[in-house]
Design a protein around this ligand. Structure first.
Ligand SMILES: *Cc1c(COP(=O)(O)O)cnc(C)c1O
Length: 479
């Protein structure tokens, strides 16, 4: 398919504007010469219907949550309720300007304050910032808060390391390192959880903090969590919970009660705001009272007279993390999702997310190797090793595309060879789960008969197999 630039015909237009009926100055006289473009920009020239057809065709070559099941693991891909979109389009929100002042922004500030309160309480924490624009930026904020706290304690030079389990999401070590910490990996035990003995041996007075995902990236709940956080606190460090995917524990367990000092949430995962290309993202961070003074500035507050405002008077703040207030449109959507469900609804989100993952686990454990065979939480990790002789997990995943299903995450977490990490989420029906399971069973069966069917997959997609390594190493996005 040709690009919109290749389709361009000089002089063709897709709009019609009336002649201006007010006096206009030539634009050149309004813009300083140094800023004036000397040549016209290279833009495609097309008619309106050509543009519409072009992008409609492109959209049909894509796959998203509204096409079908999207069971990525560690990256909750759930349905984005349409009521969220309705609320985000209310004129009072959609037309609001961040500079219109607190007095004229009471509704928006009220929403930010209430959302912060709801998220904070969900995690059992004391204070929150809604600013970060992604989970990874939330992690960075968390690491900056730890740095600031250590600086205040006069221990910054002494406490240099952040401990992470070997099952950690890749952004965790990156966030720690970008904030100047050393990363130390701690081993998982044979049950896929933090090995307490090895962990204890890693903890000393150089520890700044510990980052953990719970349930961890194998979809398993760390039952020793109270002991783990206690060990870190006894050593003088802080505990960070990566709460990107809180689907498993909403309404059932709170990171604050587990002993965590900081937690980030991905609104674009757990709280149903659009994810990936449909973003932008939003990664609020909540903290215990000790770390509250360091949160990014400003913070949405409720005054004694019932009005809402922004608190800029935070001398110990780590500073500003985003222009204005982060991804405000996403805050509206997450707020709507939470209000629509209520606390009972949030709890049933977790009930269903966990039930669905366990259903997949039980129905597929004869087809794929299950390295950690116990009740899982919101996701389940299989190993594709040995499932089909001569085929890798990537071949099985590519073949799923021919069945019209987006594959799950593969090759993560790193501690499972040929990993396939499946997170169905709560927004899937039993029929869809069965279709997915049956497709995987059928793929293994056909692969055993003729492995080439898998090795050459996908056969039916707009483009055949892409060179992932080349795409990652040669980031040339335009000719
Ligand atoms: C998605 C994810 C992140 C990073 O979130 P982004 O918004 O993509 O930056 C961090 N940790 C875990 C466990 C995740 O699943």
């Amino acid at each position: 398919m040709s690009t919109i630039f290749e389709k361009s015909v000089p002089g063709r237009i897709g709009y019609r504007l009336p002649e201006a009926d007010v006096p206009t100055e030539p634009i050149e006289s309004l813009i300083p010469d140094a800023l004036l473009r000397k040549e016209a920009p290279n833009l495609p020239e097309s008619s309106q219907i050509e543009v519409v057809r072009h992008y409609t065709k492109l959209s049909k070559m894509n796959y998203g949550v509204e096409d079908g099941f999207y069971p990525l693991g560690s990256c909750t891909m759930k349905y984005n309720p349409k009521i969220n979109e309705d609320m985000a389009r209310l004129a009072g929100f959609a037309d609001a300007h961040a500079w219109q002042g607190e007095e004229l922004s009471q509704g928006s500030l009220h929403l930010m304050y209430d959302l912060g309160e709801m998220l904070r309480q969900t995690a059992g924490m004391d204070a929150i910032t809604l600013q970060p624009a992604a989970g990874s930026q939330g992690e960075m904020v968390g690491m900056m808060l730890i740095r600031k706290a250590l600086e205040k304690r006069g221990e910054l030079g002494k406490r240099t390391k952040i401990i992470l389990p070997d099952s950690a999401h890749g952004t965790n070590p990156a966030s720690a390192m970008i904030c100047g910490f050393e990363v130390m990996e701690t081993k998982s035990n044979k049950n896929g959880k933090v090995d307490l003995e090895a962990f204890r041996a890693n903890v000393d007075d150089t520890v700044a903090g510990f980052m953990l995902t719970n349930p961890n990236t194998l979809g398993l709940f760390e039952e020793d969590i109270l002991e783990i956080t206690q060990i870190i606190h006894d050593a003088g460090g802080y505990c960070y919970m990566d709460g990107a995917n809180l689907n498993a524990i909403l309404g059932h367990a709170r990171p604050g009660d587990m002993g965590f000092d900081i937690v980030h949430y991905n609104l674009h995962k757990t709280f149903s705001t659009p994810h990936g290309g449909g973003g932008p993202g939003s990664g609020p961070v909540s903290v215990v009272a000790e770390l509250a003074p360091y949160l990014p500035v400003p913070v949405a507050v409720k005054h004694d007279d019932g009005t809402y405002g922004l608190d800029f008077d935070r001398p110990d703040s780590i500073g500003k993390m985003q222009a204005f207030h982060g991804s405000f449109g996403m805050l509206i959507r997450a707020y709507t999702y939470i209000r629509m469900l209520g606390s009972d609804g949030l709890k049933s989100v977790s009930d269903h997310a966990v039930l669905h993952a366990n259903y997949i686990k039980e129905r597929l454990k004869d087809t794929f190797n299950l390295p950690y065979d116990e009740t899982c939480m919101h996701e389940v990790v299989f190993s594709g090793r040995g499932a089909v002789e001569g085929a890798h997990m990537t071949d099985i995943a590519k073949r799923l595309l021919d069945y019209g299903i987006h594959p799950s995450s593969i090759y993560f977490p790193l501690i499972v060879p040929e990993a396939m990490m499946i997170e169905p989420t709560e927004t899937v029906s039993k029929e869809e789960l069965d279709e997915f399971i049956d497709a995987l069973k059928a793929i293994v069966k056909e692969g055993k008969q003729d492995v080439n069917v898998l090795l050459e997959a996908p056969h039916t997609t707009p483009v055949r197999r892409l060179d992932d390594v080349k795409a990652a190493k040669e980031l040339i996005l335009r000719a």
